[in-house]
Structures are given as structure tokens and as C-alpha cells.
Design a protein around this ligand. Structure first.
Ligand SMILES: O=C(O)CCC(=O)C(=O)O
Ligand SMILES: [Fe+2]
Length: 338
């Protein structure tokens, strides 16, 4: 069942970055409660310039409109953990917590893959996982724009988002920064081609199947199509439409941070399907328009070990998880989705 509208919290970063110290603390606490109670929030006044977001969507549209031969000049490697370059429609099937190879194979054989194409970009400065670009002559200007946009997202992460989260949890302000020094994050351009609405209803085709994200947290930019659905915080199995709201960026918590926080912060199930019908739309057109979205996945440095955060355990809340090296955890999840 899907509810008509979302009631996600809205966190205003103007009050964190430009307000008094009381404003900053109040915003930080609000961010923390949103991450604890819902695991998803709309962020406003992030300082990420709207023109840059619009520009990245324009580049994304140009990229996916290129001939397939050009897109395949930057092919995503076969290894699931090597998240760089172009993946064509049907390449990836997001699965939820399934690691057994036989079980994965049966999911892949039995179900239609996600109906989308994507292009993954990492930190240009992160040596171990180099970017895979379409040659400059074939797509001039893209690399420079995307690299700059990546850096803009990272600047918000390090100068505002992570300090606010740390403050909201009574951790040292630079706490999360110390675990994200490599900047081994991933910017993903996504394109969901138009599709018959009936295929969503019959469940034959998904845009992105129900899943949680693996890492620390994700920023998500969406175009005006709609279709994102998030599990209701207190009614498991019920999903809410999370419509795009101009001027906002979505934030959601990932599995590693949920584990790190002893399940205090919530990594919430979400998926992408056909957008809700608009008033006056009787559904006769039968076609769901194409959609573009841009998630930016933030990940802990591969070699750092995370163990239960201070403040997230105590006599009535024992530690549930062993410490784990971030690289081991995330690679296990990525290998399961290709
Ligand atoms: O396209 C979207 O809005 C969501 C994508 C998503 O959840 C993901 O890539 O993890
Ligand atoms: Fe996701």
C-alpha cells in the first residue's frame, strides 16, 4: 500500500551554518531526531547552488542521450565493487541483504532487472579506484563539470552535514570527518527510461527495487518526475510517496551508519516506481515519463574500523554488533548487487 504524500522532516541548514550557536545546536538535534525516527529528511538551504544541480541534470540528460557506442567507451567493470563508468539498462539488480550466490542467481533469473541506466563517478583524487571517463573528445566538458559537482557535494558533507550530525549526537564535531578522509564517495547519475505504467503495476519491471543504501548516508537529487517511495516510519510494509520539492535535497541514512550507531539511526527501505497519478490524470496515457536522479553516496574509508558510537549503548542498550572494517562490509554488499 502506498500513501498519497510523505511527511518527511525538513532540516534547515541556514540555521546551522549562519545562525547563532543555539540555532546550530537546535538544527543539529533536529537532524539527529530525523535520522533516528525516519532515516530520511528533506534538507533546505544546504548552500549547494541550484544552478549547479540543474547543470548536473542537464549534463546527465546529454550523457544518456549519447549513442550507446559512445557510452560504452566508459564501461562499468564487471566487478560489482568497482563502481565507476556506464552501466546499461538491465545491468544491475539491487537486492536486499542476499549474499548467497545461488540465491542471487535465482533472483536474477526469475525477475526483471531494474529498468535504468547509470554512470558512476568517484573522487578524482582517490587513487585506488580511478574514474572511468568517456574520452574528452567524444564528450567534451563532462569530466570537468561532474568532478566539480562531486566536490560541491563533498564540501557540503564535510563543512556542514557531518559536523551537524556529530553535534546532534554529542560527538566531537570532527568525529565523522576522521572516518571519511579519503573521500571515497560515489556520485551516480541515473536515468530511468519511459515505460508502460502497467509494467510497474504488474511488478514485472521496477525502477529500483526495495532496498536500503549500504554506506554512511546518501544525498539524493531528483528531477520533477516523482516515483520515489519510502517505508513509513511506524507502519512497516507501507510506503509513502516522497515527491520532489524544488530547492530541497534528500538525505537518507545507510546501513553502515545504522550498524555503527547500534541501530539508533535508521537506514530506511525505499524504492522507485511509477509516480503517483496527478489530479485529472485518469491514467489513460499509460506511459510513465522518464526520470533522472542523482544520488551521492558517502562511504567510510575502506581501512577504518567502525565500532559502536559513544552514546549509542549503555546498560539498557547492549552493543549488538562486532566492530567491522568498512571496506569489508561495503564490498560484501556491492558484490551482491551485480
Ligand atoms: O532514483 C532514486 O530516486 C533513488 C535511487 C536509489 O535509491 C539508489 O540508487 O540507491
Ligand atoms: Fe537508495
Amino acid at each position: 500500500m502506498v500513501q498519497p504524500i510523505s511527511s518527511l522532516p525538513v532540516v534547515d541548514f541556514a540555521r546551522f551554518m549562519g545562525g547563532s550557536s543555539e540555532d546550530a545546536l537546535e538544527t543539529a538535534r533536529h537532524l539527529f531526531t530525523a535520522c533516528r525516527d525516519v532515516g530520511f529528511a528533506y534538507l533546505i538551504n544546504t548552500g549547494i547552488p541550484q544552478e549547479q544541480i540543474d547543470g548536473m541534470f542537464d549534463w546527465s540528460a546529454k550523457l544518456f542521450a549519447l549513442p550507446i557506442e559512445t557510452k560504452l567507451k566508459a564501461p562499468h567493470p564487471p566487478e560489482g565493487w568497482f563502481h565507476r563508468g556506464y552501466s546499461g539498462v538491465g545491468r544491475e539488480q539491487v537486492s536486499q541483504m542476499v549474499f548467497d550466490p545461488n540465491e542471487l542467481k535465482s533472483i536474477r533469473d526469475g525477475k526483471f532487472p531494474d529498468f535504468k541506466e547509470s554512470f558512476d563517478i568517484g573522487n578524482e583524487q582517490f587513487g585506488p579506484l580511478p574514474n572511468i571517463w568517456i574520452p574528452e573528445v567524444a564528450f567534451p566538458g563532462f569530466k570537468a563539470y561532474a568532478t566539480n559537482f562531486y566536490n560541491i557535494c563533498r564540501a557540503f558533507q564535510t563543512s556542514a552535514l557531518f559536523p551537524a550530525l556529530a553535534m546532534g549526537m554529542d560527538l566531537p564535531i570532527d568525529f565523522f570527518l576522521r572516518y571519511h578522509e579519503d573521500g571515497n564517495n560515489q556520485l551516480r547519475l541515473l536515468h530511468y527510461p519511459q515505460a508502460l505504467t502497467s509494467v510497474f503495476e504488474s511488478g514485472k519491471k521496477g525502477r529500483v527495487g526495495t532496498h536500503t543504501d549500504f554506506g554512511t548516508a546518501t544525498l539524493l537529487f531528483q528531477d520533477d518526475c516523482g516515483g520515489l517511495e519510502v517505508e513509513h516510519p511506524s507502519r512497516p510494509g507501507e510506503f509513502m510517496h516522497v515527491p520532489p520539492i524544488p530547492g530541497t535535497v534528500l538525505l537518507n541514512i545507510g546501513d553502515l551508519l545504522m550498524r555503527w550507531s547500534n541501530d539508533t539511526l535508521k537506514s530506511t527501505l525505499h524504492r522507485v516506481r511509477a509516480p503517483p497519478r496527478r489530479d485529472g490524470d485518469n491514467g489513460n496515457s499509460g506511459i510513465t515519463k522518464e526520470r533522472y536522479s542523482i544520488p551521492y553516496f558517502m562511504c567510510v574509508d575502506q581501512d577504518k574500523t567502525v565500532e559502536c558510537l559513544h552514546g549509542c549503548f549503555g546498560p539498557d542498550k547492549p552493543k549488538k554488533y562486532e566492530p567491522i572494517k568498512a571496506g569489508d562490509y561495503v564490498n560484501m554488499r556491492l558484490d551482491a548487487s551485480y
